[in-house]
Design a binder for this molecule. Sequence first.
Ligand code: COI
Length: 361
Amino acid sequence: MKEIAFIERETLKVKPDPASLGFGKYFTDYMFEMDYHSEKGWHNPRIIPYEPLTLEPAAMVFHYGQAIFEGLKAYRAADGTIQLFRPEKNLQRLNASCERLCIPPIDEDFLLHAIKQLIVTEKDWVPNEEGTSLYIRPLIFATESYLGVRPAHEYKLLIILSPSGAYYGNQLNPVKIYVEEHYVRAVVGGVGHVKTAGNYAASLKAQKEAEANGYAQILWLDAKENKYVEEVGSMNIFFKINGEVVTPRLNGSILPGITRDSVIELLKYWNIPIREAKISIEEIFAAQTRGELEEVFGAGTAAVISPIGELNWKGRAITINDNQIGKLSQRVYDELTGIQLGKKEDRFGWVSTCYSPHFVK
Ligand code: COI
């Protein structure tokens, strides 16, 4: 493994009050940085003080948008152990994003080692209050100064850390979601299935309009027929209809969420019928009319499990499960967070330890 250099900072920051963390507002003392040059490959890995960057105004990321990222979390178990949840999946997806955006691939084993080393350096920043974790944001962007349109020859990879609580105000409070009819997020053949910054930029206008009408987020429909359910802005979506759970099948424009995959695995293990399918929004509203739409919830790293209490499509608002947390949503949430926090058996081998107080003098 390449040696990771360390540059120490003079003074450490004052840590925020864990009760007021919110999501993505605070950043730790250090970050990981590594550069790419077409002649040197990925080089100069280092852990350095978290600080502003200096970039050329002509840096290609500002013009042609080669920017990708990932999101994962470090959790503190009751005995002080710090663990990651399926980090290798995030690194595989980071490389899938690299491939689609013509960014040179990274060595997944090395990057996992770098994440663990950064977390050990920042172990005091991993919060232990209920519902909190240290959010890990790896990102890669084009730094070459050039205005011709082609893949850049130079990039920067950073990993920044943010102690965080719930993404939506109160973790399990059901949220209201607006089903978008005018704007689209992604098309098959485009970049919707990878984690590139532009997907989020494309979602902002619809998100802003939904928020102005009291909705937490958008549920996106397919771009071609404006008919089939895709995903919510920051999470995948599950519907429980008459005892069966359905989630949109990955079709090339939906993000293959790691929490999504974990929920499917859990449901299979519990023998709860689960189907990945092309689902129209009409079917969902028809199921509600028949009284068969039992629960709807979102699943994502930042959002964890987020019950959905209302869906509004073309001005018709439906309430789901009396706007209460559903039994299945609660069970999935308890199981996932239980595994992540080391309270429940890790029968799928999803947890990866990066620091244990028992190994330290
Ligand atoms: C995550 O769940 O980690 C995400 O990347 C969603 C986000 C854009 C907040």
